[in-house]
Design a protein around this ligand. Structure first.
Ligand code: MRU
Length: 398
């Protein structure tokens, strides 16, 4: 492990920068987010992605705007009422960026409620409302890292408790749930980090996670960065991997974009099929999610709005513009040289022109197939003989 974790979001009051994840792993470039439009666009176009990171970038993009001299000069923040209206309207706009991850809606709800309360105090001025907003938004950034470290700790403890396979402990993960998808450390990847940090993990397998390849581009990048022994597989290889390694894979661990009150979980497309194969192979299937990803307003996953994204994400791949520098004869080693220049990526068509495409970004895994939901407050399990989780009782009693 390197010790220093990747920082996808750099914030200090008045300034927000994010790694443009569209360029990873070929280029690590921080881009400034100085307006609401830039924040909205970064989320919608997936320059930043992952449920907690989306919420935090939305919250902080408004934090930056609130201290921008041009916003102050507009006069819209000069009274408490004006500031509340401005903040509420801005949050409504940011909420339209992506629909599935509940963290964005949860953050917007908490921020709006906080500023309404601050603005309702008779003596409140515009600045009091702004100060309240900044305090709440900045705390979200801090809390997310702490929550992830607790998820990592609880998840590692749980896996070590249920694993009966001895010293060779391997896990499979899907999508990207690490530092790049959160304020830092990660959720499912946080569990992997915690296991590796305790020298308990022999190997992590990450899926490619088609069509957007968060696994091969981002999780693989984080695993390599952290020097965690790991192997990339395509999404279609998971069942074969389990079949060929009986008794070697301790768990499949994934993140969540929205967990319903009964534990049904929306996560990156392909999660559901991993849960089915985990059940078939009698492997624990673990969802790692902060309580900000739990939506107690919905009884089951049937109510989750699944984002459908553009066809081009399925029909094309983005890769580095490269030239081959050398190929070692008799081996698989091909050394690529990246062109110097501004745009280091190019789009490559991988589908027959004219084909129809269905591109849902997420699927819903029924609670029945999930062994445990690991939150920052602890591990949620099902009662004996019950097929669903009682997320509400757990979260309100911890
Ligand atoms: O479409 P994305 O890349 O935003 O989807 C991300 C995922 O599905 C993650 O697994 C999930 O948000 C958990 S992030 C800790």
């Amino acid at each position: 492990m390197t010790g220093a974790t990747l920082q996808a979001i750099r914030y200090q009051r008045g300034s927000l920068e994010i790694i443009d994840q569209l360029l990873l792993p070929h280029e690590t470039l921080y881009i400034p987010i100085s307006t609401l439009a830039l924040g909205h666009d970064a989320i919608k176009t997936m320059k930043v992605r992952g449920a907690p990171a989306i919420a935090i970038v939305a919250a902080l993009s408004l934090a930056v705007v609130l201290v921008d001299p041009s916003t102050i000069a507009s006069g819209r923040l000069s009274t408490a009422q004006g500031a509340v209206v401005f903040i509420e309207e801005s949050l409504e706009f940011l909420k339209t960026s992506r629909p599935t991850a509940v963290n964005l809606f949860d953050a917007a709800h908490k921020l709006a409620k906080g500023v309404r309360e601050a603005g309702a105090i008779a003596s409140a001025k515009g600045q009091d409302v702004i100060d309240k907003y900044l305090e709440l938004a900045e705390k979200m950034l801090e809390d997310d890292v702490k929550d992830n470290m607790n998820i990592g700790r609880f998840g590692a403890e749980f896996i070590l408790k249920v694993w009966k396979g001895g010293d060779d402990l391997r896990v499979i993960t899907h999508c990207n749930t690490g530092s790049l998808a959160t304020a830092g450390y990660g959720t499912a990847l946080g569990i992997i980090r915690a296991l590796a940090g305790q020298n308990k993990l022999t190997h992590a397998y990450c899926t490619e996670t088609r069509p957007y390849n968060q696994g091969s581009r981002l999780t693989a990048y984080e695993l390599v960065y952290e020097k965690i022994p790991s192997t990339l597989i395509t999404d279609s290889m998971a069942s074969a991997l389990l079949a060929q390694n009986p008794g070697k894979i301790a768990a499949i661990v994934v993140g969540a974009d929205r967990v319903a009150a009964n534990g049904d979980t929306a996560n990156k497309i392909g999660t559901y099929q991993l849960a089915i194969t985990a059940r078939y192979h009698s492997i624990p299937f673990i969802v790692a999610a902060p309580s900000t990803s739990v939506d107690l307003n919905i009884a089951s996953g049937k109510e989750i709005h699944i984002e459908v994204r553009p066809a081009v994400e399925v029909t094309t791949l983005r890769g580095p513009v490269v030239e081959v520098e050398s190929i070692s004869k008799g081996s698989n080693d091909v050394v690529f040289k990246t062109h110097n220049g501004q745009d280091v990526t190019e789009t490559i068509a991988v589908a027959a022109r004219g084909i129809g495409v269905w591109n849902p970004s997420f699927d819903v895994t029924p609670a029945e197939l999930i062994s445990a939901v690991v939150t920052e407050k602890g591990v949620v399990l099902k009662e004996d003989g019950v097929q669903t989780f009682d997320m509400k009782t757990f979260l309100t009693s911890h």
